[in-house]
Ligand binder design. Sequence first.
Ligand code: NCD
Ligand code: ZN
Length: 335
Amino acid sequence: MKTHTLLMPLDMHLHLRDGVMLENIAPLSAYSFSGAIIMPNLVPPVTTKEDVIAYKERIMAAVPNDYFEPYMTLFYQNYDKDFLVDVAEEITAIKLYPAGITTNSEGGVSSFDIEEMGPTLETMAELGIPLCVHGETDGFVMDREAEFMGIYEELAKSFPNLKIIMEHITTKEAVAMLDKYENLYATITVHHLLITLDDVVGGMMQPHLFCKPIAKRPEDLDALLSVALDAHPKVMFGGDSAPHPQHKKESCGCAAGVFTAPIALQLLCEIFEQFDKLDNLQAFVSDNAQSIYGICPEFKEVVLEKRPFVVPENYAGVVPIYAGETLNWAIESVE
Ligand code: NCD
Ligand code: ZN
């Protein structure tokens, strides 16, 4: 039977939530990934050193039997230098949300005033703390990411020593930015390598494919595939697996977020194999992230096998992407 081995898979954008959800969900990522960048959009968000340390402890307590490194982040605010120096060793990045643009982002940035943000961003650059950005304006939903490109350009030019990660990119415009500025990088989800808006609302509406940023046009999908499949050195896998309880998805007013973590590697194998690019998957799911972030995860070997695998209908009350459908790849072993 055909197998494919991945070493130290990393998920560079992951929502683990808190409480019972954290306890149920975290083990699923800890099983197949060596580590993940943990999003700080809890209620209230992670904004202090104490918050970071306590949240990391809760994550570690939820995954007692697996080796898994939670790379912690802070929720972006204009922080002063003393605070950043003090918190630096506890975090891997800081995540910036425009205010109100997505789930639990109300306390985010409401104006991108470069002068106001300058001291925080300069200090982050000095300390080598990357800035992860949810890059969407509050414009028309299909144009929000493309409209944000001006802000990325201003940030990239104003802070040339700051590593800026364009999170979960979904457009050809964002792909084009990668080669324009040395300090811009990107994460790409697995679902944005599979679906367009057509899959979300073109037939019966699919709440489990609804997320921010919304999936875009076929030409955007092609642009994302081109850099992911070639494992462009500035892109890395960041699943943006965003669990919501079933009743919050299958309801009037569907929460944004696609839950992918337990089947992300299986789906990635399927996509990369389909385009005859399996050899590039290792760079996309781990090596590029290690170089970009300068991290060195402990050894983990995940062997995937090409055989039918039926996606569970739900994981502890959270419905995954492709629930009940059959995938072509399964996880065979993890060591
Ligand atoms: C995320 C969530 O649910 O926290 N939702 C989503 O649609 N991706 C937030 C985010 O990353 O935008
Ligand atoms: Zn996210």
